[in-house]
Design a protein around this ligand. Sequence first.
Ligand code: AMP
Ligand code: ZN
Length: 460
Amino acid sequence: MQIYFNNSLTKNKEEFKPIKNNQVGLYTCGPTVYGYPHIGNFRAYLTWDLLKRFLVSQNFTVTHIMNLTDVGHLVSDDDFGEDKLEKAAKREGKNAWEIAEFFIQDFKNSLKDLNILEPTHFVRATETINEQIEFVKVLEEKGFLYKTSDGLYFDTSKIADYGKIANIQNIDLQAGARIELNSEKKNITDFAVWKFSPADQKRDMEWESPWGTGFPGWHLECSVMSRMYLGDTFDIHTGGIDHLAIHHPNEMAQSEAVTGKLQANYWLHNEFLKFEGGKMSKSAGTFVTIENLKEKNISPLAYRYFVLLTHYRKALNFSQDALEAAQNALVNLVKTIANFNDGGQVDSASLEKFYSVLADDLNTPQAVAVLQEVLASDLADQDKLATVYQMDEVLGLDLKNLKTQILSLSAEVNDLLTQREQARSNKDWSLSDVLRVRLQSLGVEVEDTAVGQKAMRIKI
Ligand code: AMP
Ligand code: ZN
């Protein structure tokens, strides 16, 4: 099947052609592990999980690399302000290593909750310091760097088409440089590849280097890790749309400066999850975490379903009502398949249609619609189930488990059901109704059918 992606690099929808036949190198910019990510961040990881699952469904072997930024991501993208990790450590009375460890674990737990497959390799920035220093040495030898009082900077004017991905190559790089906080920068777009530790301060995380004690600039790790694991040029680079203006142009510039080659052929960006009209953002304080969702009885998988209902390149507005509606729709879906038996055949025409809408730049809302069409079709129930399960390998809603979950009833519930069965055979309708209400209060719905009561949980 031909696959098309909207490539941010060329601004075109292009047929996807991997460098090596059936193998795909995929890089996703990962989290800064200094705090709980918000569900906007997870929109990004959900999108790229879907991409990976889809490629696997098309028989590609995917090597997926994700960095964990455990050092050097400053409060501002412009190389100013405190290191987010060191700042969090001070606040919590811990050291930066402990903070990173805690939030890496938390991040992995959230991926599990959302049924996001872990990348082939998670790589911590602090694991690759030597490689990052070597990379900076090459940049220096090739004349791309200059030194200021606070670090080594990349001179973006030395790259002819700097910022081509963000359409910023035609700006006057020097304009505004004087009024910037860092008056030593030659061009406004220049960025640090190595920052010096402040003279009056011992950082938790700092390393010796040929240029002085310090720590790597944030953009560096992605250039270094992607090259280490995927080669000079790899297939797909992904991230949120906010990376289009600064982080990705900087990654590309460094990589091209060292290798003389394009870092990645396809650059895909997800749009924002929005909160009250603006970007959901940690620094603005407008954010919701996975934990907050759970507190409001929204399951992480309902959030996954909610995300799938909008194309990844369209902004998505957060609202409690919309999330609840998505959760209800997912519960209804699971209730429908709860009545179906295993052992059916996959309907290949439906599956083909499902794959073909995803092959068109990952049209997930259409893919969910195709799944719903299958449920409404006149296929045999068993075949519907087999087909839907196959589709779920890509959608990742974990339907098999959800089905088991809503059918599994506690001893207390089973006891009430037996009592109700008894009441019904005694034609004691009022007791039967009382018991139904008791069951409902335990989150269990009971339906009376020709073959007796059918009960399932109504919550996921
Ligand atoms: P960060 O930890 O800030 O680097 O963000 C992790 C990922 O989430 C990056 O790919 C960001 O582009 C993405 N991201 C950040 N905020 C949002 C948002 N509100 N909606 C969607 N993606 C986001
Ligand atoms: Zn990156």
